[in-house]
Design a protein around this ligand. Sequence first.
Ligand code: CA
Length: 236
Amino acid sequence: MAARILLIEDEPSIAEVVEFALTSEGFQVTWRTLAREAEAEWATTSFDLLILDLGLPDGSGLELLKRLRRHSEVPVLILSARNAELDRVLGLELGADDYVSKPFSPRELAARVKAILKRTAHHPPIPAAIGSDPPIRATWFVIDEVRAAIRFQNHLLDLTRYEYLLLKTLLAQPERVFSRAQLMDQVWPDPVASFERSVDTHIKTLRAKLREIDATLDPIRTHRGLGYSVRIHDAS
Ligand code: CA
């Protein structure tokens, strides 16, 4: 699947050049001009990389990056007209992966994007230590990949294929909030918009099955307007 890039840039002439350079390389580009639009976008859709202009009409790109880094490790390439040393240092300190100053060559930008994606692809988010390394403390769930089965409180769950994939995805990063779109990406290989609701439906049936085993735990949490997460043990 083509890598998805969120471009946050308020100057149309620059955005067009970037968009053209990246789509010619096979990337899928979503372009937003405002910080608040970018935030709305990444709350619902998962991206492989962000290209961030520092001077945005409704705020500083550095502030936006700071807010993003509170909950996401998505690679970020800063694109800035300001070739100030301070911006570069601050950007990298705040967690940007690279920095390109305007004017730039579209070809160089595409090459930098590819390099970042290559670098970060080898370091996927660290999965939870379930079933592989000995867990630090007992968790409520055990995944049996070979049998495509999940045990909850030592009871084998009777799951449909989609319920299994949904729960497995949530368990890969306990406590992390997954948006519906992110869950769809993982569970439905070829998602269409109308399927969105079926995430909720499957979460509902999953919850019912977990409740049958233990009605007190309710490990799947709904985050209103954001998505779902799962707990794997009692909060300490
Ligand atoms: Ca700008």
